[in-house]
Ligand binder design. Structure first.
Ligand code: C5P
Length: 421
């Protein structure tokens, strides 16, 4: 079973590994959680370190591993209270009998048991042990206590065990655990969306309008984009509960209510600001801008004077903004647009893959009734394969209505239930 979605921006998982042979599976679990877009920090008990080294988890998680409670050096990095606050989920996998017993009785004599008491985040445990230890009355009693205390217990699988026994006690496969965690956050997000808006709490960055590429201090190269689609999207995202930053090229449109607008002129400026938004924390990036493909190689310092019958201006390629952002390691959910005059769907599907987008909305700009300067639009939306979603045809409608449907498409792609394959 596998799934491959990097669509959970900014969720933090503390993975606690305790002593048991299944600890080796937790190394793969870290990878799967990272693949799914989570930030992961690993806590190891002493028992866990007898099975696998902290260095392995440090390399896989990209973060220092936490092993001790009152080590001044470690506490100076990220202390146990800070770690407890950082977690959006505390996942204990594998969870040993000993850990379950500590949790059930409220002992706090090592880092993990202290974290358990100190965190407000949900706690999941994936017990893994010998089948007889699993069946032991004390273990079952402790598990009942934990369930009563609100801990989510991931049931062990049955099968052959490392010790030679056969029965219940195997830790589920890392892919399965990562899948369950991902779906949990998707469900939580859907509940938030139902209550507070489809994109509640997300930071959406939108590029809009044309770019202007200077030839000299008074002339430039540009295009006919009016920015209407991007501005309509900004308004729709804000209405859906998002924080919205609109990076606008030169257009004569009013800033939608509640939207932060940053004006730029050239493609290079648009890229610079877009990259800054990544540092600020961006969950969804929507590129509607009609970025000039080329800019003037050497912008003249002074106005170019009329002379001769020909004037040659040398152009160089502009950076591809959306592809650059999509190529970053910590990337938001990426939405692109494609305006084509022929083979519309084929070209759009190609761009989806080439620019590493999650979703692309394409339209046929050869039709006079939609597109560029028009107030109406009609689009087809494609999703990257991993989302397991069919393409969507958005019938001709006002750009406001199309924007609303695009917001719904983004929401559906981000948080729908995905079948493991
Ligand atoms: O390659 P093409 O210009 O057709 O791709 C369109 C998509 O790529 C749009 O989403 C547009 O905003 C984005 N784009 C970009 N930077 C460029 C060119 C296009 O972000 N230099």
């Amino acid at each position: 079973m596998s799934f491959d979605l990097s669509v959970i921006p900014n969720k933090n998982i503390v993975l606690a590994v305790t002593g048991g042979i299944a600890a080796y599976k937790s190394a793969i679990l870290v990878r799967r959680l990272k693949d799914a877009g989570f930030n992961v920090r690993v806590v190891m008990t002493q028992g866990a370190q007898a099975f696998i080294t902290p260095l392995t988890f440090q390399a896989l998680s990209g973060n220092p591993v936490h092993t001790e409670l009152l080590n001044p050096e470690a506490e100076a990095g990220m202390g146990h209270i800070e770690l407890a606050r950082w977690a959006d989920l505390l996942l204990v996998a594998p969870a040993s009998c000993d850990t379950l017993a500590k949790f059930a009785t409220g002992l706090a004599d090592d880092l993990l048991s202290t974290l358990y008491l100190a965190t407000k985040s949900p706690v999941w445990v994936a017990p893994a042990m010998n089948q007889q230890m699993w069946a032991a009355k004390a273990t079952q009693r402790n598990l009942n206590t934990l369930v009563e205390d609100g801990v989510h217990v991931i049931m062990p699988d049955a099968g052959s065990q490392a010790c030679g026994d056969v029965g219940l006690g195997r830790m589920p496969e890392p892919e399965d655990l990562a899948y369950q965690v991902t779906q949990y956050f998707h469900r939580a997000q859907r509940a938030i969306a139902e209550k507070f808006g489809l994109l509640a709490g997300k930071h959406v960055v939108i590029t809009a309008g044309p770019t202007r590429e200077a030839i000299d201090p008074v002339r430039y190269i540009s295009n006919h984009s009016t920015g209407k689609m991007g501005f309509a999207l900004a308004a729709a995202c804000y209405a859906a509960g998002a924080k919205v930053t609109l990076i606008a090229g030169p257009v004569s449109l009013d800033t939608p209510n509640g939207v932060r607008r940053l004006n730029v002129s050239s493609a290079v400026q648009m890229l610079d600001l877009s990259m800054q938004m990544l540092d600020e924390g961006c969950d969804i990036f929507i590129a509607t801008a009609a970025v000039a493909d080329y800019r003037v190689a050497e912008v003249a310092e002074h106005k170019i004077k009329k002379a001769g019958d020909e004037l040659n201006v040398s152009l160089i390629k502009n950076p591809d903004i959306v592809a650059t952002i999509a190529g970053q390691q910590k990337r938001p959910f990426m939405v692109g647009f494609a305006a084509e005059t022929r083979n519309v769907e084929e070209y759009a599907a190609g761009k989806l893959v080439a620019k590493k987008l999650d979703m692309i909305a394409c339209n046929d700009v050869s039709r006079a009734d939609i597109g560029f300067a028009s107030d109406e639009n009609a689009m087809t939306v494609f999703f990257a394969d991993a989302y397991q979603l069919e393409k969507r045809d958005l019938e001709k409608a006002s750009k406001q209505e199309i924007a609303q449907q695009l917001v719904e498409a983004i929401h559906d792609a981000l948080w729908h239930e995905i079948e493991p394959v």
